[in-house]
Design a protein around this ligand. Sequence first.
Ligand SMILES: [Zn+2]
Length: 224
Amino acid sequence: MPAEWQLRRKIVDIARRVHAQGFVAATDGNISARAMGDRMFITPSGTCLGELNPADLLYLDFERRVLAGRGRPSSELALHIEVYHQRPDVQAVIHAHPPVTNAFSFAGLSLADPVIPEVVVAFGAIPTTEYATPSSEEGPMVIRGLIRRHDVLILQRHGSLTVGADLSDAYHKLEKLEHAARTLLAARQLGSVRELSPDELDRLATVAEKLGYGRSRLIPPSSP
Ligand SMILES: [Zn+2]
C-alpha cells in the first residue's frame, strides 16, 4: 500500500476514535497530518469525523492550495498550518471539543496548575490561549507564542489543540488531556485540590528531563 494511502487510512482511523470517544460532536473538530514535501492532508469542512473515508481527505500545500480532493478544507486550516510553520518536529495536529476540558475553560478555570504528577511530566503546564473567534484568522495568532513550547493547548471557550510526532501521539495527548480534566473535576467535587509544591515540581522536572522532555515546559504560562 502506498505511503500516502496509509496516511489517509491512519487519519480516518484516528478521526473515528476521536468521534467515538465523544471528543467531538456532529461535524466538529478537525485533523491533519504532514505529508512529504511541505504538503498536508486535512479533514474536510462539514463532515462528521466518525463517518470519514480516506478519499474524503483534502491534500494541500502550506499556501492553502487544494491539490487533490473535493469540497472545502476544514475551517480551522489556518490553525493547523500555523502549527506546521512553528514546529518542524510536528507531524500531526488534532483540534477537538473535549467536553470536560471545555467545561473548565467555560468556567474560567485553568488546567495550567500542576496537580497530577504524570500529566506534569508528559505535558508540563497546559496553557489556555486568549479567546479567538472560531474559524477566524485570530486562531493562528493566539496559539503562536504558546505552540512553540507546548504540545497541548486549550483554546479558550473553544476546545483543544494537541500536536505530536505522529497521529497516535497527538491522539493520545488528547485522550490524556480529557482524562486529566475528568479526574480534576472529580477531585474538585470531593474536596479542595492541592497543587504540587515547588520541591515536588523540581523533582518531576528532573524526571521529565531524563525522559527527554524540556524543563522549560513546566513553567506555567503568563496568559490565562
Ligand atoms: Zn472547533
